[in-house]
Design a protein around this ligand. Structure first.
Ligand code: FES
Ligand code: FE
Length: 399
């Protein structure tokens, strides 16, 4: 980043008034975008998948963001590992298939060959002094939380372990380790990644923008939620859930981008899960003994969000592909032994968050269009947008 730009950005960060949206530069500058990737994304935990996607040694998938690509693979010993997908010879992508099963990773350029643990086996015609042990694939950090895989491209990843153990007892009854992917979808939006993430971090927009969601979920209106919360907690207890909230975000987190959050909130009467008619969509997760008519917001690091119903989980991430292009990636998980067509129907399962994501794509797109105008001036945030402030807290600290 040019010195001038860096100084401009420092000034913007220093002068960012509390309780206001960020200025236009943060969403329109190529320099800021590149700095975001370097300083924020490369140093954050990113949820990339689930262990059920790579059950056997050699199974792998790629996770890409911005200009980065990470190979997530199960090695010969059964360990899940993550390697930067960059050859240590002259930098080619080592792996070019999105997913598959590999015995080794052989670079398509000059055939340097890496084993599943990332070690270089040898380079062709490199001479007697060549030491392959110096040229293994660069590792990415990895954490597995209840089967969900998180990676971080840098060595100083946010200190998330204490937060994860705090979440563990809350998550245990859902047995995420034994879910499977029912469906994955991607909703590309022509907007900066921060606008897409910020949109997810607040439900101020839910009432005006999401009629299907608002019919069944109380989150959009704190007043409506009030009277429903206590009866929900009784029902949640009865099916084996812990009801306390976990909120280690913003200034209460273990460090920038080490936020963890867990809160179960009520659906309206007649809704057991996030379905069109309120009826169950899939077999109960884990050890749950019934439906409580609730949904949990779980957040692990600012970039990874999950909505947990009694019978399915929906994961959301907002992956930057360029300055004003973001991929909204959504994954639906159901019980590992549930069979499509028998235990669940994919169209019914995905209906709510498909229609809701189409709404989100539209409102985020319009948001970026307005922010691009020379006349945009950041306005004050409402109390219902506190989630955005916790994101700014880590963002402004890390950039
Ligand atoms: Fe990979 Fe040359 S760049 S072997
Ligand atoms: Fe939304």
């Amino acid at each position: 980043m040019a010195q001038d730009d860096l100084q401009l950005m420092r000034d913007l960060v220093d002068n960012q008034p509390d309780g206001f949206a960020l200025p236009r530069h943060f969403y329109t500058s190529q320099d800021v975008y590149e700095h975001d990737i370097k300083a924020y994304w490369n140093h954050s935990w990113i949820w990339v998948g689930h262990v059920s996607q790579i059950p056997n040694p050699g199974d792998y998938f790629l996770f890409d963001y911005a200009k980065e690509s990470i190979i997530v693979v199960r090695d010969r010993e059964g360990e899940v590992r993550a390697h930067m997908n960059v050859c240590r010879h002259r930098g080619s992508r080592v792996c070019t298939e999105k997913q598959g099963n590999a015995r080794v990773f052989s670079c398509p350029y000059h055939a340097w060959t890496f084993d599943l643990s990332g070690k270089l086996r040898g380079g062709r015609a490199m001479g007697p002094d060549f030491d392959p042990s110096k040229y293994g694939l660069f590792p990415a950090q990895i954490r597995i939380f209840e089967g969900l895989i998180f990676v971080c491209a840098s060595e100083d990843a946010p200190p998330i372990d204490a937060g994860l153990s705090e979440l563990q007892t809350h998550a245990a009854p859902f047995d995420f380790a034994n879910v499977k992917v029912a469906h994955e979808a991607s909703y590309p939006v022509p907007a900066n990644w921060k606008l897409a993430l910020e949109n997810y971090m607040e439900c101020y927009h839910c009432a005006p923008s999401h009629k299907e969601y608002s019919r069944s979920h109380s989150l959009k209106d704190p007043a409506e939620m009030e009277g429903l919360l206590e009866p929900l907690q009784e029902r949640s207890c009865a099916i084996g859930l812990k009801t306390e909230e976990v909120n280690q975000t913003g200034t209460d987190s273990a460090g920038p981008a080490a936020d963890v959050y867990w809160r179960r909130y009520p659906l309206f009467e007649g809704y057991q899960t996030g379905s069109k008619d309120g009826q169950p969509l899939a077999p109960l997760l884990g050890t749950l003994t019934g439906f409580d008519g609730g949904a949990t917001d779980m957040q692990i690091g600012p970039l990874n969000n999950f909505l947990i119903y009694a019978d399915h989980v929906v994961g959301y991430r907002f992956v930057p592909t360029s300055l004003q292009e973001t991929d909204i990636q959504i994954v639906w998980y159901v019980r590992g032994d549930a069979e499509e067509g028998i235990d669940y129907n994919k169209d019914d399962l995905t209906w709510l968050w498909h229609v809701t994501s189409l709404d989100d794509e539209r409102i985020i797109r319009h948001n970026q269009e307005g922010v691009n105008s020379h006349r945009f001036e950041p306005g004050p945030l409402s109390d219902m947008e506190w989630g955005i402030l916790t994101f700014y807290h880590s963002y402004l600290a890390m950039i």
